[in-house]
Design a protein. Structure first.
Length: 81
């Protein structure tokens, strides 16, 4: 049930304004994404999600919020969110 709540909350955040959505580019969310990807059972999708999340983390570190969100969106899609 908590995963369903997380997904619902994530959809609300992604559907809201870009300024609010930028809050996903932070260490806490990256950690949460790492944990969720680690639990994935489809190895190909897990690899795809990890690659996108790595790019998202690199963009976040470089201060590129738009790039961070672009790759995070790709990671979410690979995860089926």
């Amino acid at each position: 049930m908590s995963k369903a709540l997380f997904v619902a909350a994530l959809m609300v955040v992604l559907g809201s304004s870009q300024a609010y959505a930028q809050d996903l580019c932070n260490d806490a969310h990256m950690k949460q994404m790492d944990e969720m990807i680690a639990k994935m059972t489809d190895a190909a999708k897990q690899k795809e999600a990890n690659a996108a999340l790595d790019q998202s983390k690199a963009a976040m570190k470089a201060g590129d919020t738009a790039g961070c969100m672009k790759y995070m969106d790709a990671a979410h899609k690979a995860m089926g969110l």
